[in-house]
Design a protein around this ligand. Structure first.
Ligand code: F6R
Length: 260
């Protein structure tokens, strides 16, 4: 696990640069996209690379991480609509190339199984962008999630619903209780995972992710078992790391050829 501590703009450039490099060698790569606030600067940087440097997603595919259950199809906070607005409409993905779990399916369990199958049939995710919840969730795998979980329905914690109320005019009751999320084992199959977190509110979760024991109480800690994880954090999110100085010096001495 590599932790990079840098200014937020630099973090976005690093993540977008990794995607640019991947698409340079594999134009038909499969990307994993997260919603929420954390990855937005990465998406803005991808749009800049698309507009200014011709970075193309025309042959790429993407899968989103999660979706609220039951939000009407036109709801602005439905994650498929968020990704459509923030990513798809601003880049040149082919129609239908970006998919998400169907939170309106009549048979949610079947929709989850079909989603895992679709990811496998596409060859698996090459690069997965992740955020992290203040309670240590990735995707919507809340504390107590099976570390071997596949895509399934979950109940959001009160803390996550309170955190996300800002997207629903501050009304926690408007935040759905249920979601579909890629499981931890599904996420772990991505070949490269790039997790981005900024701000003091994420400091505990980042400390647990990087330095804590692997535990379902902090679901993101399963990433310690993945061979290629990059954790991109600003000073505030890194503020509880015991190894912060080591990570800073490691990054300062990183060989230029290495990449993320
Ligand atoms: C979103 C997702 C969540 C968020 C997490 C952090 O698709 O899977 O795990 O990444 O809740 O959200 P923000 O970035 O809004 O703090």
């Amino acid at each position: 696990m590599e932790a990079v501590i840098a200014a937020p703009e630099e973090l976005a450039r690093l993540a977008a640069g990794a995607i640019q490099k991947l698409l340079g060698s594999r134009p038909d790569a499969v990307l994993g996209l997260a919603t929420g606030s954390s990855p937005l600067p990465i998406y803005d940087e991808l749009v800049r690379l698309h507009v200014e440097e011709g970075l193309s997603f025309a042959r790429a595919k993407a899968f989103t991480l999660d979706e609220y259950v039951g939000l009407p199809s036109e709801h602005p906070q439905r994650y498929l609509n968020v990704i459509e607005r923030e990513v798809v409409e601003r880049l040149d993905f082919a129609p239908g190339a970006v998919r998400g779990p169907d939170g309106l399916a009549a048979d949610l369990a079947a929709a989850c199984a079909a989603y895992d199958d679709a990811i496998s049939e596409a060859g698996g995710v090459d690069l997965q962008i992740l955020g992290i919840g203040t309670d240590g969730h990735v995707g919507f795998n809340e504390p107590g999630s099976s570390l071997a979980s596949r895509t399934r329905i979950k109940t959001l914690t009160e803390q996550t619903r309170a955190d996300n109320a800002r997207f629903f005019a501050g009304d926690i009751n408007a935040v759905p209780q249920h979601c579909l999320t890629q499981g931890l084992a599904t996420i772990m199959q991505a070949r490269h995972i790039v997790l981005i977190a900024t701000g003091r509110a994420k400091a505990d979760a980042i400390h647990q992710l990087v330095e804590g024991p692997v535990s379902a109480m902090w679901p993101a800690t399963i990433l310690q078992h993945h061979p290629h994880v990059t954790v991109l954090i600003d000073n505030a999110a890194a503020s509880r790391l015991q190894l912060a100085d080591y990570f800073r010096s490691t990054y300062a001495a990183k060989p230029a050829w290495q990449g993320l």
